[in-house]
Design a protein around this ligand. Structure first.
Ligand SMILES: [Zn+2]
Length: 300
């Protein structure tokens, strides 16, 4: 049986937010749908084959022991004669990660398995923090010195706040930074206000970042990887009938499982081909094994 629809809404109190409470709440929703009969509840829960979760408490639901008899006793549904506990409440169910979690997780895994990433991330945050705190001073100084066009370039970028951290935030940040980083590197030494900065560690981090030859390559690679996977992630939330951004209420949004395999095959093959065409000259500031490590990560 393929059930398409929403469960009845229930409100969960604070004491019910642990896994047993959530299991009871889910059983309550099922009970409201199928009716007050143990056999119907048993049949429904035995048919569940996967649970799509966001990796909160609910991720443990498929493995939880059989709470159905206790639930029935609690709400006054009689148990049939000879009723025996099953191994689990949902004996056939497995956890199925949601689409966005899957791609978010692949971006995280692809980047955190490279040894340069932790330092790179700290450096990105350093540059981002500088832009966030000093953009007005940068603009003032550039305009005062007659460099309005350069001021305009810095003003045009939209940097997401890392407080709203998800791996897709990284895509937005690095792909914006790629646009202005070369200009920033040229103009940073001309900023007079930098001499008066109080935070020495912040200034040193920025100085090290600007001096790093490999940072630009890492920025380029991270923008490429996060765009590739981020676009697939975004595709999954769309629908086959409307253009991106059009008709946000279309009822087919997110229902792309039937076309997902061919889309993924096409996108991933194209990305791997592109990565395999890279040579050391594409990443001139890094050691030659950087290219191999990137292609290796992409093939994962
Ligand atoms: Zn549509």
């Amino acid at each position: 049986m393929l059930f398409k629809g929403l469960f009845p809404l229930v409100s969960i109190g604070r004491p019910m937010l642990k896994v047993v409470g959530k299991c009871f709440s889910l059983l309550w929703q099922i009970y409201l749908m199928v009716g007050p009969h143990y056999k119907l509840l048993e049949e429904f829960t035995s048919c569940v084959v996967s649970m799509t979760v966001d990796f909160g408490t609910e991720k443990s639901l498929p493995g939880i022991a059989d709470l159905l008899p206790s639930f029935c006793l609690y709400i006054g549904v009689p148990l049939p004669k000879g009723c025996r506990k099953r191994t689990k409440t949902f004996p056939r169910a497995i956890v199925a990660p949601g689409w966005h979690h899957t791609w978010d997780g692949l971006v995280r895994r692809g980047l955190t398995s490279t040894e340069w990433f932790p330092v790179f991330l700290r450096q990105v945050k350093g540059v981002l923090s500088f832009f966030r705190h000093h953009l007005p001073e940068m603009e003032d100084e550039l305009v005062r010195k007659g460099h309005r066009m350069v001021a305009q370039i810095f003003k045009s970028i939209e940097l997401e706040n890392f407080a709203k951290w998800r791996w897709n935030t990284l895509k937005k940040v690095v792909c914006e930074l790629v646009k202005v980083y070369a200009t920033f590197k040229v103009w940073y030494p001309t900023f007079e206000f930098v001499a008066g900065l109080r935070d020495a560690s912040e200034a040193q981090l920025l100085k090290d970042t600007l001096a790093s030859k490999s940072f630009v390559d890492q920025l380029k690679y991270t923008c490429w990887l996060t765009s590739w996977m981020g676009d697939i992630d975004k595709w999954g939330g769309g629908c086959p009938c409307c253009a991106p951004g059009e008709n946000p209420d279309c009822r087919f949004k997110g229902r792309r499982l039937m076309e997902a395999f061919s889309h993924l095959e096409c996108e991933c093959n194209a990305a791997i081909l592109e990565a395999e065409s890279w040579g050391p000259s594409d990443f001139p500031g890094s050691p030659p094994d950087f290219v191999h490590s990137c292609v290796g990560q992409s093939a994962v």
